[in-house]
Design a protein around this ligand. Structure first.
Ligand code: 173
Length: 318
């Protein structure tokens, strides 16, 4: 019903230019309102609406309850929405190369200077009919969180909730991977449908998962990527002045990544206080785990997209 209501609302309130100047862009988020991976996008919207007064306005129309997170990429592609905050992990069905973004962990200032942004933008243009406006959260790694303690870095006998970020790794270590959207994780843990889950180092308190989480497995791996995408037709229809507001706000948004070091430190502390215990098998096992994480991910991307995969690996400096 909600989805129907959203579709109806979109038909009625489509991106109709208001007055002669101001364009209204319809936005969705793949992450829950006010949560770690949505918060900075919400700040971005506020900034665009303040800086772009009378020029461009973003109208937020819904989050994961209105639109399933794994459908957001397709909604941007088909112009059901104009702009979205979404991780590439949620649109690997349309762009297998998106699985490689977690392996590219360089500041966006560097990625914009060395051709990485340009290449990834061209992939978005071709496969998602989208402009790659911004990437957030480089340097925020992922973890596997567990409720059962394995006796080595091996997931045999464990059922672990995944997205494409963690699937290859969990399976390579013998675990059973179960893909779900974030919104289903709490119940899956509570009911024991899964013994653990992949998630970034930060954000579990926003979702109440600390109540159903015992351990955080070390080491951390990969890097989060959450992107702001604009439908390419919507982007092309904008004036220079409208694009300038969005581009400047996008660079500002990427700059917010400087806050992440403090956010991560605070979050690890908060997890310890909530009784979430680290499981650490020491440096040698940790290194083998990280090597495997990297290997299986590149292999998986390159198998699905040999040319672009190799190019991304080169841009990642791997
Ligand atoms: O675990 C997830 O849902 C996931 O893939 C993800 C990606 C980026 C940020 C947060 C979660």
């Amino acid at each position: 019903m909600r989805r129907l209501a959203l579709a109806a609302a979109l038909v009625v309130f489509g991106s109709i230019p208001v007055g002669a100047q101001e364009v209204v862009l319809r936005a969705v988020r793949a992450f829950a309102e006010g949560s770690m991976f949505s918060r900075n996008f919400e700040r971005f919207i506020e900034k665009v609406n303040a800086d772009g007064r009378g020029v461009v306005r973003i109208n937020y129309i819904g989050g994961p309850r209105a639109m399933p997170p794994f459908e957001v990429g397709n909604a941007v592609r088909s112009k059901v929405v104009d702009i979205a905050n979404v991780t590439g992990a949620f649109y690997t069905n349309l762009m297998p190369e998106a699985d490689a973004f977690k392996l590219i962990n360089k500041p966006m200032t560097e990625q914009r200077g060395n051709g990485t942004w340009e290449f990834i933008n061209s992939l978005h243009n071709q496969k998602l009919n989208a402009q790659y406006l911004a990437r957030q959260f480089h340097n925020v790694p992922f973890h596997i969180y567990l409720n059962k303690r394995p006796d080595k870095l091996d997931f045999s006998g464990l059922k672990i909730r995944v997205t494409p970020v963690y699937k290859d790794l969990v399976e390579a270590l013998g675990g059973a991977a179960i893909t779900t959207a974030p919104g289903e994780v709490y119940t899956a843990l509570e009911r024991g449908v899964v013994d653990g889950y992949g998630w970034p180092v930060a954000g579990i308190f926003d979702l109440g998962w600390e109540k159903v989480t015992k351990y955080r497995l070390e080491p951390a791996f990969y890097s989060v990527e959450v992107n702001v995408l604009v439908n390419l037709d919507s982007w092309k229809a904008l004036t220079e002045a409208q694009r300038k507001v969005l581009t400047e706000a996008a660079l500002w948004l990427e700059g917010l990544d400087s806050e992440n070091v403090a956010v991560i430190a605070a979050e690890r502390d908060k997890q310890a206080k909530a009784g979430i215990q680290p499981i650490d098998f020491g440096p040698a096992a940790g290194k083998a785990f990280l090597d495997k994480a990297k290997d299986v991910a590149w292999q998986s991307v390159i198998r699905r997209s040999p040319e672009a995969g190799a190019k991304l690996r080169q841009l990642a400096g791997d």
